[in-house]
Design a protein around this ligand. Structure first.
Ligand code: SF4
Length: 369
């Protein structure tokens, strides 16, 4: 980044923080839904610079953190079958199932490849015709267009040794459920502009109205996040429940239409399990019957069953805004990024990982009602 831009950003950050201090005149609790935005806030020490009455809690926006053990068990079961290559993102590989993770069976000889996109998995399938390549599709709605495009491409090219475990989750139904808890007392949601990739603005507008929330969609730069916080605080002071989306211009409506069309051609929504949060209505995608050849659950006749998760881990409270990492007795003691007990300590987007990495002082970490 050029020196002039850095200096300009620092000035803007300082101004925004001063504005927040002037605006926050009562206790306000906001949920920062996205793990990447939480990481930016912790990395730059913003929590310590916020007004005391402005509390930030984390939300369920870390895709690896919400993966239930039962889904990992299904990935493991298929990955250990002969002539199977599992192609998965690095963070997912380390998430514990009931007994094993993809990483642990990899060490025992299963063929697991680390990739960064679903198209990488399709490339492996092209090059390895004697294997069935399985891609566990995890992530939120923003990942769905890329996975849908890959499945449609496999169908178009007739690459039949490729299939997908559908484990994509939808945030709005889960946020809706969390906001029903009056004890949470969340007044505003800061969300990332990932959601605009399939333009789910209607869902967030409804959430804002239903729960009397202020919502703001921001980018990942610190200035974007601080502008989001200022907007939320202003909305709360004005008693407004709005959906404010400054980043909508980033995605053209033609791109959105194309993405939505691909997603609806490939997936439909069903009730889905979330780690620590149970089964949530219409909160995940499965693959349509017409494309069942590319559905790993059907090809291997595997179901997602209930798994066993560590009773020590408090990720469920942390991803639902009911606590913060230092509230967990395992944090930094038995649970560290080198020896993670729960998924929130694995991914860069995991809130426990960010707290540990950026050494956030505990006195600013606890939610105070
Ligand atoms: S510190 Fe570890 S055990 Fe505790 S909630 Fe976070 S990931 Fe789970």
């Amino acid at each position: 980044m050029k020196a002039g831009k850095v200096a300009k950003d620092l000035d803007r950050q300082k101004d925004l923080l001063e504005e927040l201090h002037a605006l926050v005149d009562r206790p306000m609790r906001l949920m920062v839904v996205c793990g990447t935005q939480n990481r930016a806030i912790l990395k730059y020490g913003i929590r310590e610079k916020l007004p005391v009455m402005l509390e930030l809690v984390a939300g369920p926006g870390c895709s690896v953190c919400v993966m239930p053990a039962g889904h990992i068990d299904a990935f493991v079961k298929v990955a250990t079958q002969p002539q199977v290559i599992t192609a998965a993102c690095e963070d997912l590989i380390r998430v514990p199932g009931s007994r094993e993770s993809l990483a642990s069976i990899w060490k025992k000889g299963a063929r697991v490849e680390v990739i960064t996109s679903p198209m990488d998995a399709l490339d492996i399938a092209r090059k390895e015709p004697d294997y069935t390549v399985v891609y566990p599709a995890v992530g939120f709605e923003a990942t769905a267009p890329g996975v849908a495009e890959t499945i449609l491409e496999a169908a178009r090219l007739g690459i039949e040794n490729f299939c997908v475990f559908p484990s994509i989750r939808l945030l709005p139904p889960t946020i809706d459920l969390l906001m029903l808890d009056p004890d949470l007392n969340i007044r505003g949601l800061l969300c990332s502009d990932h959601i605009n990739t399939i333009s789910d603005t209607e869902a967030y507008t409804l959430l804002a109205k239903k729960h009397h929330l202020s919502c703001f969609i921001a980018g990942f730069e610190l200035v974007d996040i601080l502008e989001g916080l200022v907007s939320l605080v202003k909305q709360i002071r004005n008693n407004e429940s709005l959906f404010d989306d400054t980043s909508a211009f980033t995605y053209s409506s033609a791109d959105n239409r194309k993405a939505r069309k691909m997603v609806s051609e490939v997936f439909f929504a069903v009730d889905t399990d979330w780690r620590g949060l149970g089964t949530i209505e219409q909160s995940g995608f499965v693959i349509r019957d017409e494309l069942s050849l590319f559905d790993a659950t059907k090809r291997f006749n595997v179901r997602f069953e209930e798994g066993q998760e560590s009773c020590m881990c408090q990720c469920n409270a942390i991803i639902s805004g009911r606590g913060l990492p230092p509230d967990c007795p395992a944090f930094g003691m038995v649970c560290t990024p080198q020896n993670p007990v729960g998924p929130c300590m694995i991914s860069d987007e995991g809130i426990c990982h960010s707290y540990f990495k950026y050494n956030v002082p505990a006195h600013r970490a606890h939610v105070t009602g």
